[in-house]
Write a protein that binds this ligand. Sequence first.
Ligand code: AMP
Length: 425
Amino acid sequence: MTEAKLSTFSAPKGTYDLIPPDSETFLAVREAIAAPLRSAGYGYIETPVFEDVKLFSRGVGESTDIVTKEMYSLTTKGGDELALRPEGTASVLRAALQANLHRVGNLPVKLWYSGSYYRYEKPQAGRYRQFSQVGAEAIGAEDPALDAELIILAVDAYRSLGLKNFRLLLNSLGDRECRPVYRAALQDFLRGLDLDEDTLRRAEINPLRVLDDKRESVQKQLTGAPLMRDHLCEDCKAYHEQVRELLTAAGVAFEDDPKLVRGLDYYTRTTFEFVHDGLGSQSAVGGGGRYDGLSEMIGGPALPSVGWALGVDRTVLALKAEGVETAVPARTQVFAVPLGEQARQVLFGLVTEARRAGVAADIAFGGKGLKGAMKSADRSGARWAVVAGERDLADGVVQLKDLTTGDQTPVAVTALVTTLKEKLS
Ligand code: AMP
């Protein structure tokens, strides 16, 4: 046996490797989130992991921590200013505009995606510098039913995984009519508070973000702060009311959270977050909202849109916190144990044939002896082992061993795959 040798390298700070068996849970979560989207008419989209930095920094709109502090930006040898994507929405919208998906008659464009995102954050449990999201965007329609559809699809995805202790927080951030008036009122209020320099600066650039400040000393002072819900214009109020009614009709419980703001600057009207109470401080498992102005911010036409992104890493942690086992995907059903060179060749051929016939089969590699190979068979989770040595092959048979009972019977080599298929059906 060779000594396990640690490599000189380890995964960079704030990142981790996805390895079996946990990686299976990741796949299960990704698939569970994708399934309801696919059946609701969302098409799959994949965009590059890096983009022109200006797609995210934009220069317009209000600054956010994600853009000012957390972005991985780089200059290429050719002088291009790029950034690793910190989120999916801007890229997806950029791609949809570039491919002209937003033709009249084609709206809303419904897309879903799955991938890695990058933020230079202070790593802690549930907060990483590379993390994984599945997201959905419905581009080019202003319809409360679309906001409700997306929220319901997220809830159904969580439920299909067996997740229970998540809550939906809901708010409206108003539109370009009522938001500026509210923003000014909030700014007036904030200027009168005893806040540190950083927070005061934030109050000037992006006052709504101050509402989201987690520090108790700040939250105390925010009692009595003007709230967006008291400043919504009639259109926004009616829109929000419809979203709420549709959610209620679909049996989706929510909590009105008038201070919910979220970390990106482009949200308008419907804003929401899914939180899980078993995760400590990094409790947001997903979130999203309407972004009616983003298309114009990146040079496109007016395309009111709505979307969300669910964090795969944190959903996996939430499932663990609740003790939920995700369905284990198809595992090895049959494990071949060749004894000797000739058997290795014959069984390798049979394993290939079995796989092509739809049987999940594996074989012992590396010239293992009977004991080691049988251990591998047990570890694989297979129900059956196919054991063969030279004497078996001379008789034209292999031994089919039931790994749960230990019973073993000879089966003709030519009949093996059919026998396996029958036993497994
Ligand atoms: P956001 O784009 O910030 O709304 O993020 C959407 C979801 O992605 C969050 O609710 C989290 O579940 C997840 N997420 C965001 N940032 C991180 C991170 N640094 N590490 C792990 N998950 C994250």
